[in-house]
Design a protein around this ligand. Structure first.
Ligand code: ADE
Ligand code: ZN
Length: 330
């Protein structure tokens, strides 16, 4: 078997390609809202804020537990076909609630997709919930409270997505304290569409990982702090170029952060929007950033160790990595 892959950063609604959005809309008797497609196989957006708008409109046709089962299954089977053994899916309870889905139905659908994909391919997956910053602080606290009291066993983590520049991380401290206090692993989008000061603020929250975090590179002392605290970055290089955080792979700090000793993982973020996949991000790391096979395997091990899955699941995944290494060495 070739190198096993693991992905800690992908938004579930952001995995759905245009054809599947159209199919779900048809199945639900809906029109896809104007402004979602540039062509039948391409989403329409011009910059990050416009991307968030398109994302919300496209997500609005995902309506039923069966829809959530199908998008989860399609995504995970595609990842398994590229060699992935583990994925953390960022789900959005607010997007589900906006179309009238209860938390129970939302997670039952996603869990069915995870179980079916595991049965058919062996891939493992867990769910992170994200509050959307531009839906407000109160909404984030409400999500954290609800999931602190009662949650599906596959829900293992808490994140904050949406408009980072408009809604800095520190505003969401209460939500994070509730989430972390209830045993959820915590990460936060920071250092993507705002700079080092946003990362610094994010690190005052109870997080062990940063979603993106790459703009920490603007402040060497901050990079040092990330290394010393063992904070893990969920880097998504192709996403960063697509949304103009950096102009090109040559300008992206992935290699520089690695050389500074930062613990890195790879993610596709919103693959059909950005023209990428988890297998593609590993290929980019190899071909554009010069990562060697051992370094790529370390990225997978780092992802499994930093995942919010339970220890037994992590041990099984680490054994799979070791077994594939043993086979490739024979
Ligand atoms: N929601 C979906 N994709 C996102 C991203 N890359 N950053 C912040 N929020 C998101
Ligand atoms: Zn993201």
């Amino acid at each position: 078997m070739s190198l096993p892959l693991a992905e800690l950063h992908v938004h579930l609604e952001g995995t759905v390609p245009p054809a599947l959005i159209q199919k779900l809309a048809d199945r639900n008797g809906l029109q896809v809202p104007p402004g979602v497609f540039a062509s039948p196989d391409r989403f329409q957006w011009v910059d990050f804020i416009d991307f968030l708008r398109t994302y919300d409109l496209a997500a609005s046709v995902i309506r039923t537990p069966e829809d959530y089962r199908d998008i989860t299954y399609e995504y995970l089977v595609g990842c398994a076909n590229e060699g992935a053994i583990y994925v953390e899916l960022i789900a959005s309870p607010d997007h589900a609630a906006n179309v009238g889905l209860s938390d129970a139905d939302h997670y039952a659908g996603i869990a069915a997709g995870i179980d079916d994909a595991r049965r058919d391919t062996g891939i493992e997956a867990r769910i992170l919930i994200a509050a959307i910053r531009n839906f407000g602080v109160e909404a984030a606290v409400a999500i954290a409270r609800r999931h602190a009291e009662d949650r599906h066993p596959y829900v293992v983590g808490f994140n904050l997505a949406g408009d980072e520049a408009g809604y800095p991380p520190g505003q969401f401290r209460e939500a994070y304290e509730i989430a972390a206090g209830s045993g959820l692993g915590c990460t936060v989008h920071a250092g993507e569409h705002a700079g080092a000061e946003s990362v610094r603020e994010a690190l005052t929250l109870p997080v062990t990982r940063l979603s993106h975090g790459v703009r920490a590179v603007e402040d060497p002392a901050l990079v040092q702090e990330i290394v010393e605290r063992g904070i893990v970055l969920e880097a998504c290089p192709t996403s960063n170029i697509a949304t103009h955080v950096f102009d090109s792979y040559e300008d992206h700090p992935l290699r520089k952060l690695h050389e500074a000793g930062v613990n890195l993982t790879l993610g596709s973020d919103d693959p059909p929007y950005f023209g990428c996949s988890i297998g593609g991000e590993y290929a980019v790391a190899r071909e554009r950033f010069g990562f060697e096979e051992g370094e790529l395997q370390l990225i997978t091990r780092t992802a499994v160790r930093a995942s919010f899955a339970d220890d037994a699941a992590k041990a099984t995944l680490l054994n799979r990595i070791t077994a594939s290494d043993d086979r490739s060495g024979q």
